[in-house]
Design a protein around this ligand. Structure first.
Ligand code: PMP
Length: 321
């Protein structure tokens, strides 16, 4: 779908994937006005297909657009674009643990070299089949704490899903891999003390008293839809949940004292992944036996059961197609 200040949203159509002709002076190539979403269409247990909370992706896409001074795609156009693309590609939704991954995104397409918001945008969605995230079962990940780089500052773009955030985080992810870890943990930009999130997942902590904690949405972390869903499921299950800052030194002390018994990361791609081991400047540490635990498992299973239509959906999260 195209947008221009004059014509509004227009030219919606579905085509086979092909290279996009783009003028070298398109503003996205210079000033990175670009936002995206990540979501999945699932094959349900009864043979139907569904999206999970697409309204939440539509709302976050609008929030990202506003932060990046871009045109805001109306929610109904966002949802309709996904519905029509999934219908056209329904043969590509795999059976079993796979899904059709959907990548809505929008770029600034005005041909203009001055620094100002573009007057034209192109919104597109890519569909691509994905298999199970973990082949052969869920595995705990190891994470590396970045002390040199932060992902987002207060007043910055951390809460928006814009390409620039990921461009800035790649070096830290590369360092995490070089240290033999799967993922990077970002700390806050002011005190370099408060745990924020991973490169592409939010974090939760599970304590020996059965309570859960996750960093609050202060504008520097991405408001994950999986995070929000797990908060609801945990409260439904009667667990005490705190959205409160958690310091890296506290994380280490709590893991060592046994007060912290599990930690997990969550996002659309992997849903829930145990965090087993942390590599850090001030010493490495392991959580529990390093493989996850029952609260992580239970929350994972209850969310997957709703997404796959094998459990009731009390919050109306499934959007059947
Ligand atoms: N944080 C970041 C930085 C991410 O890229 C993602 C993936 N979109 C998440 C958290 C998890 O968000 P969601 O649960 O909506 O996939």
């Amino acid at each position: 779908i195209r947008y221009s200040d004059q014509a509004g949203w227009h030219d919606a159509h579905i085509t086979a994937r092909a290279p996009l002709p783009i003028d070298p002076a398109s503003s996205v190539l210079h000033y990175a006005q670009e936002i995206f979403e990540g979501m999945k269409a699932y094959r349900l247990a009864d043979g139907g297909t569904a999206l999970f909370r697409p309204q939440a992706n539509a709302a976050r896409f609008r929030d990202s657009a506003r932060r990046m001074a871009m045109a805001e795609l109306p929610d109904d156009l966002f949802i309709e674009s996904i519905e029509r693309l999934v219908a056209a590609d329904s043969d590509w939704i795999p059976e079993g643990d796979g899904a059709l991954y959907l990548r809505p995104f929008m770029i600034a397409s005005e041909v203009f070299l001055g620094v100002k918001p573009s007057a034209e945008y192109i919104y597109m969605v890519i569909a691509s089949s994905v298999g199970a995230y973990w082949k052969g079962g869920v595995r705990a990940i190891t994470v590396w704490v970045s002390r040199d780089h932060t992902r987002a500052a207060l007043g910055g773009t951390g809460a928006a899903k814009c390409g620039g955030n990921y461009a800035a985080s790649l070096i830290a992810q590369k360092q995490a891999i070089a240290h033999g870890c799967d993922q990077v943990v970002f700390l806050d930009a002011v005190e370099r003390r408060w745990v924020e999130e991973l490169g592409g997942m939010n974090l939760f902590f599970v304590f020996a008293d059965g309570s859960l904690q996750t960093p609050p949405l202060t504008g520097t972390i991405l408001p994950g839809i999986t995070r929000d869903s797990l908060l609801t499921l945990a409260r439904d299950a009667g667990l005490t949940v705190r959205e409160e800052p958690y310091a890296i030194d506290q994380w280490r002390a709590d893991a060592q004292s046994g007060r912290l018994v599990e930690a997990f990361a969550c996002g659309t791609a992997a849903v829930v992944t145990p965090v087993g081991r942390i590599a850090d400047r001030d010493g490495d540490f392991t959580i529990g036996d390093g493989t996850g635990g029952p609260v992580t498992d239970r929350l994972h299973q209850s969310l997957v059961a709703i997404q796959r239509g094998t459990a009731p959906d009390p919050h109306g999260w499934l959007h059947r197609l």
